[in-house]
Design a protein around this ligand. Structure first.
Ligand SMILES: Nc1ncnc2c1ncn2[C@@H]1O[C@H](COP(=O)(O)OP(=O)(O)OP(=O)(O)O)[C@@H](O)[C@H]1O
Length: 342
């Protein structure tokens, strides 16, 4: 019998990401919901036929029930995790979101790190609080085109560490079930490790995929393996592994050296059969620019090109899985910045 994840993958591919709520019942009966918002009658019929055909082709599936709805699809969630703190997960999440926006995608950012929310600082909008419409929050906008909601916006500073289980889960709900408008993908910067927020994320807001950030050291990699297995246990596909702080670029002569060795993360990814998405060097400009609230991916040059290349790989993964329709527009948005360094 086909696994649920196989059925979900086939349904997503055949429906351009419009299928959700896939259930596998006794006797090989599969039921699911198809979002037909914006499709005319003919397109709906075609999609239903393609969807049923793709799912019925899987081993053990005997019948497919499709319930159609015209509600707006909630944004997909792309989780960014790490096994331990300080590996640069927040820096990477911010720059991934900026690079995806510059490539023309409608992307938002949720900072779910209850222990040290840092996105408001990285986007230089620490003093801006989100407003509310009805019972839902409206994400904070910034100069980089990435609407943002952070635990830092709703958890009083210094108290977060005392938040456990249900409270952390409720806070995450508020950040995700917000007025995201036409955002199609939300990058979720998770806290390090495998705690309450991660569990809540897996149980309630199943991400479409997860990216794991690690540094080259063995210890960080061992921790990364733990983070990977948590997502795998929750049937969340791993998009791939990023090696951050890989090699040191001398600010004086530009020479690249590798204090922690080279190739460790790539080899680890290979041994776990997960894609290696690329390496981000340990670079003073990244730290300085980030501290100054200017995501380096918003600039021009080698650093922003590096983030753009990784963002393109992740976008390709999304499009391959959910259909190219998930690329919202073909031309890059206006308002890209040259203020960053790179
Ligand atoms: N590639 C890099 N080159 C230079 N500095 C970096 C790089 N990546 C991150 N940093 C710096 O390392 C520090 C930690 O990064 P960051 O806060 O993104 O890590 P984190 O994994 O999100 O940490 P935490 O788990 O505490 O939230 C920051 O000062 C950041 O500017």
């Amino acid at each position: 019998m086909a696994e649920l994840i196989e059925i979900e993958t086939a349904a997503a591919a055949a429906s351009e990401g419009r299928a959700s709520g896939v259930r596998l019942r006794e006797g090989g009966l599969v039921s699911l919901v198809l979002d037909v918002a914006g499709l005319d009658g003919l397109a709906r019929d075609r999609m239903e036929i393609a969807l049923k055909g793709a799912v019925l082709a899987l081993e053990g599936v005997t019948k497919v029930q499709v319930a159609m709805t015209a509600e707006r699809r909630p944004p997909r969630l792309i989780a960014i995790g790490s096994g331990k703190g300080g590996v640069g997960k927040s820096t990477f999440s911010a720059n991934l979101a900026v690079a995806m926006h510059r490539a023309g995608r409608k992307v938002g950012l949720v900072d779910a790190d209850i222990y040290g929310p840092s996105q408001p600082r990285l986007f230089d909008c620490e003093d801006v609080k989100p407003s509310a419409r009805g019972e839902k929050l409206v994400p904070v906008s910034n100069d980089y085109g990435v609407p943002l909601l952070s635990m830092g916006h709703i958890v009083p500073q210094g108290q977060a560490i005392a938040w456990r289980g249900p409270m952390a889960g409720k806070a995450l709900d508020q950040l995700i079930n917000a007025h995201w408008g036409d955002v199609t993908d939300i990058i979720v910067d998770l806290p390090p490790g495998t705690g309450d927020v991660q569990l809540s994320m897996l149980q309630k807001h199943k991400p479409a995929g997860a990216v794991i950030v690690s540094t080259p050291q063995d210890l960080a990699l061992m921790d990364a393996v733990r983070a990977i297995s948590l997502f795998e246990q929750g049937s969340v596909p791993i998009i791939g592994l990023i090696e951050n702080m890989a090699g040191y670029v001398c600010p004086h002569c530009g020479e690249l050296s590798d204090p922690f060795g080279i190739g460790g993360a790539e080899a680890a990814a290979k041994s776990m059969s997960i894609p290696f998405l690329g390496r981000v060097p340990l670079n003073m400009t990244i730290r300085r620019s980030s501290d100054a609230g200017v995501p380096p991916a918003s600039g021009e040059g080698l650093i922003s090109d590096g983030f753009a290349a990784i963002a393109a790989r992740i976008s390709t993964w999304i499009d391959n899985r959910f259909g190219a329709q998930s690329s919202p527009q073909s031309s890059p948005p206006s308002g890209t910045h040259s203020g960053g360094t790179g």
